[in-house]
Design a protein around this ligand. Structure first.
Ligand code: PEP
Ligand code: MN
Length: 361
C-alpha cells in the first residue's frame, strides 16, 4: 500500500522542558507560548509544580523552536521523544542502565547479583550476623527494611532511623551496599542519605507524585521499584517513567532504576502472590533497565523460594532479592517466606549452575 507521506509520516513528539527550581511562572508561560505558536499542540500539556513541562506536539520539534526554548532564562534541560516511546525504552543504553553492587558486581548489562537480608532490621548484632553470612554466600548487597509499609496498622512497623543506623554500620563492617525502603516523603531525605539503593515498594508503585520526587531526589541514589501487585506490565512501565522524569529534572546522567517482579495477585491462594515469570523477558525487551525478581514475597512460603529463584534466573533475571534470616521462624516480619542463612548458601550454590553468580568476596 502506498504511503501518502512517502514513508515519512509526521512523528508526534513529546517535549520535556525542565526549569530551574526558582524559575517561577514566567519561563513556563514563555515556553508554552513558543510551543503553541511554533507547532500544533495536542491539548495534553502537563505542568508539575516541581518544574517540568511535558507538551505533546503533532509533529517533530522544529530546530528553531528547540533553540529558542533552550535560550529561555530558567530553562535548564530539554528532551524530545516520539510520543508513546518511553524514556525507559531507549533514552539510555544497557551499559548506562546497569547498577553497581559490591566488589565489582552489577545488575544488568550482563551483570548478575543477589541482594539478601531480613525483611526488617531487628537489631544491630543480628543484622551484622545476617550480613556477614549472606556476604560469605555471595550476596552483593544487603537488604533490610527500616520503615515498613504494613497492611495492618497493628503490625510491626520497623526501627525507623535506628534501623538505618544499623544498616549503615553493617555496610561499614561488610562493605555491602544497603537496600532499604522509603515509604513516604516524610523520610525520603533520611533514607536517600543513608541507603545505597532506595526501594519503593509494591504499594507505592501507583503513588505517582512520590515516584517523581524519588526520581528527582538530589541524592541521586539508584531506585529499586517493585511492580505493583495489581499492576499490568504497561502500568508498571508508566510508573517507571515517573521516576525517570524525576531523574531528567535532576539532571542525572544515568537512569539508576532497577525493576523488580515480586508477584501479582491472582485467584491462586497456594502462594502469597503469583510470580509473573514472563514479565522478566518482557520487561527486558521493553526497557534497557536491569530486571530482578523477588521470589520471597511472591512465594509467601520459604519452601518455594528456591524454585521461584531458579525459575526467575532461567527466565533471564539480572538478579534476585531474597529475604534471609539466621532464625527465619522468629523473624519479626514476613517470617513464613524468609529462608535461613543455610538455605541461602545452598541456593546460591545451586544457582551457580544456571547463572553467572559472582563468587563470595
Ligand atoms: C519488602 O521488600 O519487604 C516489601 C515490603 O516488599 P513489597 O513492596 O514487594 O511487598
Ligand atoms: Mn518483606
Amino acid at each position: 500500500m502506498s504511503n501518502p507521506n512517502n514513508g515519512r509520516a509526521a512523528v508526534k513528539t513529546t517535549v520535556l522542558v525542565c526549569f530551574e527550581s526558582d524559575a517561577g511562572e514566567a519561563p513556563v508561560r514563555e515556553a508554552l507560548r513558543l510551543l503553541e505558536a511554533g507547532e500544533k499542540t495536542d491539548p495534553n500539556v502537563r505542568w508539575f509544580d516541581e518544574g517540568l513541562l511535558a507538551a505533546k506536539l503533532s509533529g517533530p520539534l522544529a530546530p528553531e523552536t528547540e533553540g529558542r526554548l533552550k535560550r529561555i532564562p530558567g530553562v535548564q534541560r530539554l528532551a524530545a521523544l516520539p510520543t508513546g516511546r518511553r524514556l525507559g525504552a531507549g533514552a539510555f543504553s544497557k551499559a548506562e542502565s546497569a547498577v553497581p553492587l559490591a566488589a565489582g558486581a552489577s545488575l544488568g548489562d550482563g551483570g548478575f547479583g543477589v541482594i539478601a537480608g531480613p525483611c526488617s532490621v531487628e537489631g544491630e548484632s543480628l543484622l551484622l550476623e545476617i550480613a556477614e553470612q549472606v556476604k560469605a554466600a555471595g550476596a552483593k548487597a544487603l537488604r533490610g527494611g527500616a520503615y515498613k509499609p504494613r497492611t495492618s496498622p497493628y503490625s510491626w512497623g520497623g526501627l525507623c532511623e535506628k534501623g538505618l543506623e544499623y544498616l549503615v554500620r553493617a555496610r561499614e563492617k561488610t562493605g555491602l551496599p544497603i537496600v532499604t525502603e522509603a515509604i513516604d516523603l516524610e523520610q525520603l531525605d533520611v533514607v536517600a542519605k543513608h541507603a545505597d539503593i532506595l526501594q519503593v515498594g509494591t504499594r507505592n508503585m501507583t503513588n505517582f507524585p512520590f515516584l517523581f520526587r524519588v526520581g528527582a531526589h538530589p541524592a541521586g541514589k539508584p531506585i529499586l521499584l517493585k511492580r505493583g501487585f495489581a499492576s499490568s506490565i504497561e502500568e508498571y512501565l508508566d510508573a517507571v517513567e515517573y521516576v525517570l522524569l524525576g531523574r531528567l529534572l535532576a539532571g542525572a546522567e544515568r537512569p539508576g532504576v532497577i525493576l523488580c517482579e515480586r508477584g501479582i495477585r491472582t485467584f491462586e491462594t497456594a502462594t502469597r502472590y503469583t510470580l509473573d515469570v514472563a514479565s522478566i523477558p518482557i520487561l527486558q525487551e521493553r526497557t534497557t533497565l536491569p530486571v530482578i525478581a523477588d521470589p520471597s514475597h511472591a512465594a509467601g512460603n520459604r519452601k518455594w523460594v528456591p524454585h521461584l529463584s531458579k525459575a526467575a534466573v532461567a527466565a533471564g533475571a539480572d538478579g534476585l532479592l531474597i529475604e534471609v534470616h539466621t532464625d527465619p521462624e522468629k523473624a519479626w516480619c514476613d517470617a513464613d517466606q524468609t529462608i535461613s542463612t543455610d538455605a541461602f548458601r545452598t541456593l546460591m550454590e545451586e544457582l551457580r549452575a544456571i547463572a553467572p553468580v559472582p563468587a563470595a568476596s
